[in-house]
Design a protein around this ligand. Structure first.
Ligand code: RIB
Ligand code: CA
Length: 325
């Protein structure tokens, strides 16, 4: 059954692969894409998203979202995000894991006039059938929409998120980047009453990694999407190798497309637990996910994936990339 999906991105290298997967795979009806500030400024994430939608010849409308987090920027006492996942190559050139997509042609794609949060309210209030939202950046757009009209949750059949972490972290010693960048928005989303929230935290995305050997499969496919995925993965593999090694060598976490792959084939997530999750809003754990594992707790609000099928994940991406023209 085709899933009707709105994709919320802070394009970035892994967001780009999520966009291609959602736009190309027949199991997904990509209704709209919304950009948000996160990996880069809103201007950059929007431009990068335009270029990727052009690359896969997508007709899906793009809505530009929030330029800054709900609260964080007005809190000078909050921990600042200092670390940028960068490496220096043998020529001494610095590579950031989420650079502008200068390798892709400039896009003259029109961004919709309506801001993303208003689009969420307008579309979801009048939706004739329920919609799945996949959000793989900071949750500012959706949180603002929920602040405008909390009743929009009635037409959200499932919210699939990339964010958070239980035994992992990347933005600080305790927090993951998406939730750290806008903790209040994340907290608002988890408290919104959306009927089903499925979370792909770092705990699963650090296991369902993509390797250089997988990139050879993409190379055999040879389509524009497959080639761009290789470009994104090889850069990420370099950064992971130097700064965040995983359990396989020559591998990278490709966080965001895993959320889309789950909608295409839910069995790609192999250890999913129904638990309660809160977001810390202060101090050293600012933006960290506080997950309640106690057996007797009865206010569970999220399905959290702790493991996945790495091969199935890559197979799903290969199937989609073959359809790129
Ligand atoms: O922590 C990983 C997440 O932060 C991914 O969504 C990546 O694109 C960045 O947004
Ligand atoms: Ca992202």
């Amino acid at each position: 059954m085709t899933r009707k999906v709105i994709l919320d991105v802070d394009t970035g290298s892994d967001d780009a692969v999520a966009i291609m997967l959602a736009a190309l795979h027949p199991a997904i009806d990509l209704l709209a894409v919304c950009s948000v500030k996160g990996n880069q400024s809103l201007k950059s994430t929007t431009e990068n998203t335009k270029k990727v939608l052009d690359l896969v010849n997508s007709k899906t409308p793009l809505y530009q979202g929030c330029k800054e987090a709900f609260v964080r920027e007005v809190c000078p006492w909050r921990i600042k995000f200092e670390d940028r996942a960068t490496i220096v190559d043998e020529e001494g050139k610095e590579h950031f894991i989420h650079e502008d997509f200068d390798m892709l042609p400039k896009s003259d794609r029109k961004v919709e006039d309506m801001p993303a949060s208003i689009f969420y309210v307008d579309y979801l209030k009048n939706a004739k059938e329920p919609v799945t939202i996949v959000a793989v950046g900071p949750l500012t757009n959706l949180a603002v929409a929920l602040a405008i009209d909390p009743s929009i949750t009635k037409n959200i059949e499932e919210l699939v998120l990339m964010g958070g972490a239980d035994d992992e972290a990347n933005a600080t010693s305790s927090a993951e980047f998406n939730f750290f960048n806008d903790p209040e928005s994340a907290q608002k989303v988890f408290q919104s009453g959306i009927k089903k929230i499925t979370l792909c935290p770092l705990d699963v995305t650090h296991k369902t990694m993509v390797t250089k050997d997988d990139c050879k499969r993409f190379e055999e496919i040879g389509t524009p999407a497959a080639k761009f995925a290789i470009d994104m993965c090889l850069k990420r593999i370099e950064v992971h190798t130097q700064r965040q090694p995983l359990t396989l060598p020559d591998a990278c976490a490709l966080h965001d497309p895993l959320c889309v792959a789950y909608l295409i084939d839910p069995s790609v997530l192999t250890d999913v637990r129904y638990l309660h999750l809160d977001i810390s809003l202060d101090g050293l754990t600012d933006g960290a996910t506080i997950i309640d594992h106690r057996y007797f707790q009865d206010n569970r609000n999220v399905y959290i994936a702790y493991d996945g099928d790495r091969k199935k994940f890559v197979d799903i991406m290969c199937d989609a990339f073959k359809l790129s023209k």
